[in-house]
Design a protein around this ligand. Sequence first.
Ligand code: PNS
Length: 167
Amino acid sequence: MTTTAVYPGSFDPVTFGHLDILERAEMLFDRVIVAVLENQGKSPLFSVAERVELLQASIGDKPKVGVDTFSGLTVDYARRVGASALVRGLRAVSDFENEFQMALMNRRLHPEIHTVFLMTSFANVFVSSSLIKEVCRFGGNIDAFVPAEVARAMNARLRPAPAGERP
Ligand code: PNS
């Protein structure tokens, strides 16, 4: 039997924390689909297509891993692709309440799909896409938190060179 997991999220953009969770999920499942949510209220930094591109560049060639997009309920998408699990990363206790609520609601909607929480490594406990965006926006160095292609894209979007310095 092939086990498939969906790793859903905004991934705006992907961080080393996400990649850490993905590596752990790969050890547990035969197939992992990283699924970017399309219909989100938040105003994102990157379009869905850009987020998918950055994910693909960051993940590289991993035979067990696919990147996809979805809209609607995560559990409905998981069912469509034949997944038995949803993977979510947990960093600190502060993540827990919302994740717990979401996991229970998802279980109520589709009891056959199980949420699996994986813990990131200690080095990534404080890494979040929103914090990294703030650090970047105000001139901080983000190289330790995101892959090089993501750092380049973020710097270009959030810290465009002043008019006189453009090529
Ligand atoms: O990376 P994020 O923003 O923490 O991911 C949140 C996400 C996309 C997993 C969550 O918002 C989600 O599953 N949205 C799709 C709609 C849905 O299924 N909501 C949960 C019902 S409880």
